[in-house]
Design a protein around this ligand. Structure first.
Ligand code: PLP
Ligand code: COI
Length: 367
């Protein structure tokens, strides 16, 4: 694997400081982009080359560019947080870099060296540091590394040319309501991924495949879709863009336990999911990976042993689940309020990311 150099070709920002500050005061999610981007090319026979940090701007593409037809594309999402001393740090970028390699392998694409992935993110954040929101709130700079097949032609086979690109976008809350429980539509007939498919790769097609179910959920008054396994339609997998956690025992004098669906190959190995297995233990809870059936979810909610459910991911951090609906049933989780364990985990994770509590797992990557 070649490790290319990235040449810096920045220009001054087209925005005034006041315009940028106005955006940072209320960034939303994925609506505004910083001044630069990093682009690195890959060509069969040459490997990675021509790495550049250049002004953010449109890409020009031939209509027959491979990705536009066969969706050979992968992406990542990670965040940079302003620390109390004014410096900036990203959260576990090597995990995103490794998942990007694993997505690339599954999609027949070239692997980018971990150190190049991290360097590209670091250079972009350093260049556009003025776009990293101030310390203290929940805002951060969301980084979106992605790779597309750029070979021109309609042949169906792995392309012989690719572009790796990193763009950045200041991010506030992913869900407009803040830490308000989201309502979930249980998809009993539409599936997100199948065994042997690409469910554990972060590729655009998984999201395209989830949009109709998401629109159907919205029509039923729900915010998000929870997918079940594609074979038995019984085991809970994840949401369209977040993993799930089930909290047991918070209402009793037992130690609370958080349980997340086992990685079966058809769900994404979330980095927030992985981090929470450890953060929970740090807080004195138990944590485990296990298969959770939809019947168990309903039964344990009704008998009061399952006290809270939450979704987690980079964009949405930790979001409580309130109402759960399907064609045949509907119930209310945690009386529709954010649960205590959910909120404690959320604060504990955000405190590590914001640099307020000790980084005992060595997760923060300082720039
Ligand atoms: N599941 C899916 C389908 C996702 O798109 C995401 C978001 O990246 C997650 C889970 C959560 O992963 P992470 O915590 O790494 O952001
Ligand atoms: C993320 O959390 O980074 C995601 O990718 C979820 C969604 C924005 C696709």
């Amino acid at each position: 694997m070649t490790t290319p150099t990235i040449e810096l070709k920045p220009t001054s920002s087209p925005l005034s400081d006041a315009d940028r500050e106005a955006i940072l005061a209320s960034p939303g999610f994925g609506r505004h982009f910083t001044d630069h981007m990093v682009i690195i090319k890959w060509t069969d026979g040459r490997g990675w080359h021509d790495g550049q940090l250049v002004p953010y701007g449109p890409l020009s593409m031939d209509p027959a560019t491979n990705v536009l037809h066969y969706a050979q594309e992968i992406f990542e999402g990670l965040k940079a947080y302003r620390q109390p001393d004014g410096t900036v740090a990203t959260f576990r970028p090597e995990m995103n870099a490794k998942r990007f390699q694993s997505s690339a392998r599954r999609l027949g694409m070239p692997e980018l060296p971990v150190e190049t992935f991290i360097e590209a993110c670091d250079l972009l954040v350093q260049q556009d540091e003025a776009w990293v929101p101030s310390h203290g709130g929940e805002e951060s700079l969301y980084l979106r590394p992605f790779m597309i097949a750029t070979e021109i032609g309609l042949g169906v086979r792995p392309a012989n040319e690719y572009l790796f690109i990193v763009i950045a976008s200041p991010a506030g809350a992913y869900f407009a309501g803040g830490v308000k429980p989201v309502s979930i539509w249980l998809s009993e007939d539409r599936v997100r991924a199948v065994p042997g498919g690409v469910g554990d790769a972060k590729t655009g097609g998984n999201y395209a495949a989830s949009l109709l179910a998401q629109a159907e959920a919205a029509a039923k008054g729900c915010d998000q879709v929870a997918y079940l396994d594609a074979v038995e339609h019984k085991w809970v997998e994840e949401l369209g863009g977040m993993n799930l956690y089930f909290v047991y025992g918070a209402a009793s004098d037992q130690k609370p336990k958080i349980v997340t669906p086992t990685l079966t190959g058809s769900l994404l190995a979330g980095i927030t999911r992985d981090s929470l297995l450890s953060v929970a233990r740090d807080l004195g809870y138990e944590s485990e990976e296990a298969r959770v059936s939809i019947d168990q979810w309903r039964r344990d909610s009704e008998n009061g042993t399952l006290t809270e459910v939450f979704a987690c991911g980079t964009a949405a951090v930790i979001t409580p689940v309130g109402t759960v609906k399907s064609k045949s049933t509907e119930w209310q989780q945690s009386e529709g309020k954010p649960g205590e364990v959910t909120l404690k985990l959320r604060e504990a994770l955000l405190d590590i990311q914001r640099g307020v509590s000790e980084d005992k797992h060595g997760w923060m990557h300082r720039l």
